[in-house]
Design a binder for this molecule. Sequence first.
Ligand SMILES: [Fe+2]
Ligand SMILES: [Fe+2]
Length: 206
Amino acid sequence: MDKVKFTAMKDGDREDYEFLTEHEIEYASKTAERLLGAMVELDESLSGYQVTRLGHSLQSATRAWRDGADVDWVVSALLHDIGDIYAPYNHDEYAAAILRPFVREQCAWVVEKHGDFQKLYYAHHVGGNPHAREAYKGHAYFDDCAIFCERWDQNSFDPDYPHEGIEFFRGMVEEVFARKAYDPAVIRAGERVSLTDPTTAEGRNA
Ligand SMILES: [Fe+2]
Ligand SMILES: [Fe+2]
């Protein structure tokens, strides 16, 4: 069997759906590979900055790495703008949807809200609300998102910053997307992990 028998879903039988489930598992196992490919496509998106979107993403992830952040944070930093390709008006939600089954709840939340938090740095120049983040005041992950934007996002548009290349992050992306989707041990609901770890950072920057 290499295709289902049905043309309308309601006519499918157990054999069809068992076949599809297997097919889906095989396809899902290649998610990391497809995402890394999509990252390379980001090289062509949104011009006007001094760095490409890929360059920006690599810079963010490199800064996270050099801050001693854990793999959830590094991969979240790498993918946080992947939504720019297909969802320019809600790129944050798009990226968060990709990450949510495979990273800590904290990281998915921060990626989802980073667009609003970033407004602090520029919205006043374009008639927007720089304090859009205030809508989330009191949220458990508010400070994490503020740190994410300050340390890894708003400053990662520097053409002279010596960042790592995409291959440096391949193993980390593969590790994260090989996890069991929505595993509570991965999601760790409500748990906060610091974005920076000076001891780990020291080892990585040695
Ligand atoms: Fe963004
Ligand atoms: Fe960004």
